[in-house]
Design a protein around this ligand. Structure first.
Ligand SMILES: NC(=O)c1ccc[n+]([C@@H]2O[C@H](COP(=O)([O-])OP(=O)(O)OC[C@H]3O[C@@H](n4cnc5c(N)ncnc54)[C@H](O)[C@@H]3O)[C@@H](O)[C@H]2O)c1
Length: 333
């Protein structure tokens, strides 16, 4: 893994040996960040709707036409969408060629590009088809966040705050102490957020690559968030916004169940508020949210389970009684 002050294009140029025999995959926004390297490329439309089979077949067709062999590589330059699609295509093309990821959103830098989960959406469900296939290398240029639309940057902040909650007191304090530097995307601050979030994710993923145990901790707030995303419909809540809302719900649920330290819950909730996250989903129905959670339950063939925290860095997965979940949802809608 390389985390560099260079731009994404300069970072790619610095590692030009990786460009030989490779196929570049980007979207219409991130292709601008790739520089002028003369390599075959696939440029996909931006956004979640590209996470589908047709994008994967375009990549595979172009790889074939360009003669990318088993010793070749795919280089994904973009946000979580491009990282997930490019890495999935790399994992199945010729039974697997190397994948280099150059994440360009804050969310992809702190989360999506690292950890080996790849995938596309299928049949209306998110990430329904995919593989575990870690990147052969990760080239991170935190300066790429400078051109991110405000909402995309804000969405990534939620995942970085989640990393701090999972186990980095120093990063948590940085968020408390330096909101201006964080919100103004000061380069040293963004770099610290990226390095520290990746360190937290690495410490979890190294112990549980295929998510049979503690990797589920990374889903703090996500059971609530996925329900909100599916009920509220696309666009009204970004993934990060939904995760921030979900973490506030998880903190409250933990307090109500006598698990979460009340002072910690108040501190973490205040932090989410300080960064402007909405902690109430006005107009969203509690019953609809509960029903959406049943889908999670079906997939996992068990009760709905929640990632809760006792305190900063003390995380566990618990099965919560439905009435407690209902009460928390009523408070946050
Ligand atoms: N594999 C994993 O472990 C994992 C983890 C978390 C999320 N994800 C996936 O990540 C996806 C979301 O990723 P995302 O939030 O990065 O969204 P995204 O990839 O759609 O990027 C958001 C938007 O920002 C644009 N963009 C990207 N970089 C830019 C830059 N530097 N400057 C200007 N515009 C830029 C993109 O073109 C796009 O329009 C979801 O599909 C989610 O499932 C995967």
């Amino acid at each position: 893994m390389v985390i560099s002050p260079l731009s994404a294009a300069d970072l790619l140029a610095q590692h030009r040996e990786r460009l030989h025999g490779s196929l570049l995959v980007a979207d219409e926004n991130t292709i601008e960040l790739c520089g002028s390297a003369a390599v075959p490329r696939v440029v996909l439309p931006p956004g979640e709707s590209a996470k589908q089979w047709s994008s994967v077949s375009r990549i595979i067709e172009t790889a074939l036409e360009s003669g990318i062999g088993r010793d070749g590589r795919i280089i994904g330059v973009g946000g979580g969408v491009i990282c997930d699609i490019a890495a999935f295509a790399a994992s199945i093309y010729l039974r697997g060629v190397a994948i280099t990821l150059v994440p360009t959103t804050l969310l992809a830098m702190v989360d999506a590009a690292f950890g080996g989960k790849t995938g596309i959406n299928f049949g209306g469900y998110k990430n329904m088809v995919g593989t575990f296939y870690p990147a052969a290398d990760l080239l991170v240029a935190p300066s790429a966040v400078a051109s991110l639309p405000e909402r995309e940057y804000h969405s990534g902040l939620a995942e970085a705050i989640k990393s701090a909650m999972l186990g980095d007191t120093e990063l948590f304090s940085l968020f408390e102490r330096e909101p201006e530097a964080v919100l103004q995307r000061e380069s040293a601050t963004v770099r610290a957020m990226v390095e520290r979030s990746l360190a937290i994710k690495a410490s979890v993923v190294e112990r549980d690559f295929t998510e049979r145990g503690i990797r589920a901790w990374l889903n703090l707030g996500h059971t609530f968030a996925h329900a909100l995303e599916s009920v509220a419909g696309l666009g009204l809540w970004s993934h990060g916004e939904a995760v921030a809302w979900g973490m506030a719900c998880a903190l409250d649920l933990g307090v109500d169940l006598g698990i979460t330290d009340r002072a910690y819950a108040a501190r973490a909730t205040a932090l989410l508020e300080r960064y402007g996250f909405r902690l109430r989903a006005d107009g969203v129905g509690v019953d609809d949210l509960l029903q959406a959670m049943q889908y999670d339950k079906k997939v996992q063939s068990g009760a709905v389970r929640f990632v809760l925290q006792r305190d900063l860095g003390l995380t566990e997965v618990v099965t919560a009684p439905p009435d407690a979940v209902q009460a928390v949802l009523a408070k946050h809608t």
